[in-house]
Ligand binder design. Sequence first.
Ligand code: 26Y
Length: 809
Amino acid sequence: RQGIGLRRLGTTADEFQQDLLSSLYYRRGTTVESASARDAYEALALTVRDRLADRRARTAAAHYASNPRWVYYLSAEYLLGAQLEQNLLYSGTGEVAAEAVKAFGRSLEEIEELDVEPGLGNGGLGRLAACLVDSMATRDIPAVGYGIRYDFGIFKQSVEDGGQAERPDDWAFQGNPWEFTAADDRQTVGFYGHTEPVAGSEIRRHWVPGEIVLGEPSHMLVPGYGTETVNIVRLWRARGSEASFDLSRFSAGQYAEAVQEAVRAENISKVLYPDDSTELGRELRLKQQYFLCSCSLRDIIRRFRLRNQDWDDFAEKTVVQLNDTHPTIAIPELMRLLVDEYGLGWDRAWSITRRTFAYTCHTLLPEALETWPVHLFERLLPRHLEIIYLINMLFLQEVEARFPGDAERVRRMSIIGEGDERRVRMAHLAVVGTEAVNGVAELHSKLLRETVLQDFADLWPAKFQNVTNGVSPRRFVKLANPRLSDLITEGLGDDSWLTDLEHLAGLEPLAGDAAFAERWRAVKRANKVDLGAGDPDSLTDVMIKRFHEYKRQQLKLLHVITMYHRIRENPAGDWVPRTVLFAGKAAPAYHAAKNIIRLINAVGATIEADPVVSPYLKIVFAENYNVTLAERIVPAADLSEQISLAGKEASGTGNMKLALNGAITIGTLDGANIEIRARVGEENFFLFGLDAFQAAEMRIGGYHPRAHYERDAELRAALDAIAAGEFGGVGREVADSLLGWDEYLTLADYRSYLDAQEEVERAWRDPARWTRMSILNTAHSGFFSSDRTVADYAARIWRVGPVTVPRED
Ligand code: 26Y
């Protein structure tokens, strides 16, 4: 900007308003008089985006100049959240913008309503990707997040006739002012076809694809907070090439046939798979994965070659973090690019590849470990299958050399699973082809080493690490909870906690300060009033997350039904009024999870219609849980439900958001709950249930859910009511599943959970005690900042440092 004498954008409200009007006039092509709300929104978005463009340009220049080691985050999902409010905060223009939009006779809040979030992810894994890119920028780490620009994001959920209904999420239907397209950087991706030998080479092969698709990138800005860096997330969209439009067919009136090839190509980035753990081996999903990896790796190589010539520097300048196994096909793809396209020898290419990648695992559920049928690979990616076979052969030789004669081990560890159908095990490929493997919470990483990946941990113990997840304190405290943020800043004396969250520990002495506690309570109450979900003086008990049997929304429901029974039996009892708030989506094909949503709504309606119980108990099902809704619910929560069966939730991140906002956790010893409890103190956490070891033992030792049913009268009453159809016909199925097999040991933990809920009520009846617990939860959750997570990755896995972007003078 300075080089070409471009004016610097002004910082006063007047100057901002000038730019806003200019955006409206020249870029929207309209006037204040005829501006729609959409025009106002778009003009504002562009004006705010401009405020970051200069920082982006300086960032790119500084990165180019220093030719640093880069972090490339590969993720099939990003849940970035709404952009306007964030970018106002990160560009420091919130106040001037609020002033400037008055020219339209509209409020900022009104305009913010039009800012739709790009729902390009399912849940925790997608939101984690967004928190990590935020923190990488905040920590000045040169990084690019690569992903897919789905036309349709995660479906929109509503409750129709008591059950979940899904509608498509055409999120960018009216355009997305936050993205820049970069058609020049498009890539060409092949699929299908066959391979041919290359003359004079044993190793190189020539792949002749049967289908060609273009990948067109666009990027969104990812500003750091309190720093100059602006990184990007680069998202690929599939396009048919010019040749995919058949003009002669069109001229002959065959309109559908004329575009069928283009449609086929564009389908690759059409829709996000709305399943967060058990998606079957669908060809289109594998195509998406390869499309992401191929486009991104070529882009990474293009960027590398801007400043470097020697392939031996590649792994020094590049680390590619794989967000779960979804982008694992990048490993054979990099081998293919190096060997077939750039002519490197196998060993050199393999050494580069292994040193380039690192893999984060996000699950322990066996059904969530991705595998793909060999025959599908063979058809779709024939060259990659050949490369995988060779990787596997050399790897199994290594295993055999270390454990001679242990054929069983070789079979277990093979990248190819030999069952009824031979399948490629993506997690094995990811472990073999990377330098580091990490789980996302202490317990999860330990269980990975000791169970699902035990053989690999035996072979390469040093490869396995833990990096506990974290969340962005900007989005989930500052933006979501401005009242609490102000109080924290006042209590601590400054707002340095926003970039150094351990400073929250400075609140500890205030936990005993009655005046401070009073204000803390007032903040929580005001947030509840804003949310409008129920009586703000009732205990707001929230369970917000994807619906999955392992997360055990059904356990929460058994508690609610038991409370309902207790109150009915003793209407004059001294009951603690509660608002139980559920929110979350179920995968459209996940029948059992949808049954539970239906049951929750039916129980809610029954209680609502019951004049005896409804004064004390209210169920709210908040539709269409997404990042935006989380930002409204989290600040209003008193109690955070983290009740998964121990050993099943890899980490959880909602648990961190809630604790940071002063909700107290009721939870099992699962995922990051363990680390939350260790930090906030066991007296400030409501613990119940089996631990992971006990749960595993119980499952092995022959578990009988019926025994719990028979032994416990209240549990029996709750299940009988469900089974009898008191809350609708699906009750039968839910009860049968719980009594018949109860995969996630719900009944085994029921009594312990109810006891813990009684402890919750004892604490709640003593407001001073509760508030103290709440303040201490916030004070001791500083560890759960994604800034710390990124610092851990940077130090232990990426070995990267910051690059400072100079301020403009
Ligand atoms: C293979 C495909 C169907 C698939 C798609 C999405 C598989 C998994 C997923 C998403 C998984 C996910 O969100 N996992 C969550 O990751 C969080 C971030 O690490 C953890 O906190 C959380 O415990 C884990 O369930």
